[in-house]
Design a protein around this ligand. Sequence first.
Ligand code: SAM
Length: 274
Amino acid sequence: MNYSLREIVERHHLLASKALGQNFLLDGNITRKIITLSLRQQGIASFGGCNLCEIGPGPGGLTRAALAEEPASMTVIEMDSRCIAIMEELKEETDIPFRIINGDALKFDLVREIEAPRQLISNLPYNVSVPLLTGWLKQAANYQAMTLMFQKEVAERIVAPTRCKDYGRLSVLSQLTCTMSKLIELPPECFTPSPKIRSTVVLFVPKKEVPNGERLAKVEKLTSLAFGQRRKMLRQSLKSMPQLLDKCRDIGIELTARAEELPPEAFLQLADCL
Ligand code: SAM
């Protein structure tokens, strides 16, 4: 790299936008560490042979660390046109096929855009991290892995076990589709500007058998119903769907239980009768 990331940010007058959830990682030691931890946890030596996609590359700290691990190709999707100018410069510096998309990641079907085998990486814009993750989880079987940074509270919800206060819709969908590992927790000082919150990087590796999108859409409908009134007993929260109450009885779930007491697999079994 010819310039430090701080110089690049200054040269492009990249004043962080709160609306776009911009908290940049400008320290190469941290971005390299995130990538190294992800590779190590996946048991691979590099991204060789894999098509990588990064959401919200910003000034490109994580992008550079990922390119150093020689993916077969890199696609970046970024909403901020100031960052697109930085990506155009980076594209000139690398020999790796590099595709730049200026747009809203929520509007892209990444499985169509990126050839397999594919992986996702992102220091996610916090304001859209949950809708982005939910969409990707419904297609989890199509990814080798996803290395994603969230605000700590969201990461806790993703990995929360049954009966824990953080256990909810996101835990059920994540745990039905993937195995998760927390890779590293970062304090606010690691970012420019510093957010008020801590952040956690989570690695998602899809399970061997991932329920299909149709079943997962039903799980989402069911968890929204059940966790929408999480303090209520199932006989109350599911009363608008009598077939669910019958299924609970069939598979030995007490109607006096609350949503947070049901493991992810029970939600899948129940969703199948919607
Ligand atoms: N990857 C950079 C880093 O680690 O320094 C930037 C991370 S910053 C937390 C989130 C990035 O996502 C910003 O560059 C922002 O412009 C971009 N972004 C925000 N909303 C987006 C969206 N809907 N689609 C694509 N990019 C988005």
